[in-house]
Design a protein around this ligand. Structure first.
Ligand SMILES: CC(C)(COP(=O)(O)OP(=O)(O)OC[C@H]1O[C@@H](n2cnc3c(N)ncnc32)[C@H](O)[C@@H]1OP(=O)(O)O)[C@@H](O)C(=O)NCCC(=O)NCCS
Length: 191
């Protein structure tokens, strides 16, 4: 821990895709991807709605950009050229920034899901996260029934540390279990 300012990295170019902080003007791309992906996202993402407007999406992007600059939360878009292919982020749900714990969340658009992109994006986030960001521990949580999400974590070497029983609600309002996966900097093969 130290008291020097933390300047969060804002973009990672993985060649095939770019992961970067949202900025003003991204709202239309977010609206297109989120609305077209509604059926795909709805079982797992409580925020998914069929009718998100461009204005609402723009507000989400600007709020995310503001919180990013304040080091409150690091929400990121996954870009294939001008197409938003999904969203991700390093979230400070496991303590303050100084603790260097991040939780990664992710969604891949319906059009791009199932082609290995989520697996490759998590791999890129680990490489970026354990180098430029300096995270010590990276966590991934998923509904215990979300096989695709669990596989993305496992294929990137995250270890399942446990399962919280009936700790959350699913979209239908039923209680459901959460798997917790994590990887430490020392366990990452690129360390
Ligand atoms: C979960 C998600 C991020 C995975 O990304 P993806 O690009 O679709 O995943 P990949 O193509 O890299 O596939 C990863 C693994 O999941 C499996 N998988 C993909 N879609 C699946 C599905 N619908 N059902 C079961 N397994 C699936 C793949 O077969 C692969 O596993 P394998 O190598 O053992 O065959 C994406 O599907 C998504 O956005 N889902 C909806 C939102 C969500 O659940 N987010 C995660 C919240 S924790």
């Amino acid at each position: 821990m130290n008291s020097s300012p933390f300047f969060a990295p804002t973009a990672f170019n993985a060649g095939e895709f770019v992961i970067r902080a949202y900025k003003p003007g991204d709202g239309a791309a977010l609206q297109r991807a989120a609305t077209a992906s509604y059926k795909h996202l709805r079982p797992w993402m409580l925020w998914a709605r069929p009718d998100q407007s461009v204005e609402e999406s723009e507000q989400i992007c600007r709020r995310a950009a503001a919180r990013y600059l304040l080091n409150e939360d690091f929400t990121l878009g996954i870009w294939l050229g001008d197409e938003l292919a999904g969203g991700t982020g390093f979230h400070l749900r496991g303590g303050p920034l100084e603790l260097r714990n991040a939780e990664i969340g992710m969604w891949i658009s319906g059009a791009r899901a199932g082609s290995g992109l989520g697996t490759r994006v998590l791999g890129a986030l680990l490489a970026w996260g354990f180098t430029d960001w300096g995270w010590e521990r990276i966590e991934w949580r998923c509904d215990a029934r979300n096989i695709a999400s669990a596989r993305v974590a496992e294929k990137n070497g995250l270890r399942r540390e446990g399962t919280l029983r009936a700790d959350a609600l699913d979209v239908a309002g039923a209680r459901r279990d959460t798997h917790i996966y994590a990887i430490l900097r020392s366990e990452w093969p690129g360390a």
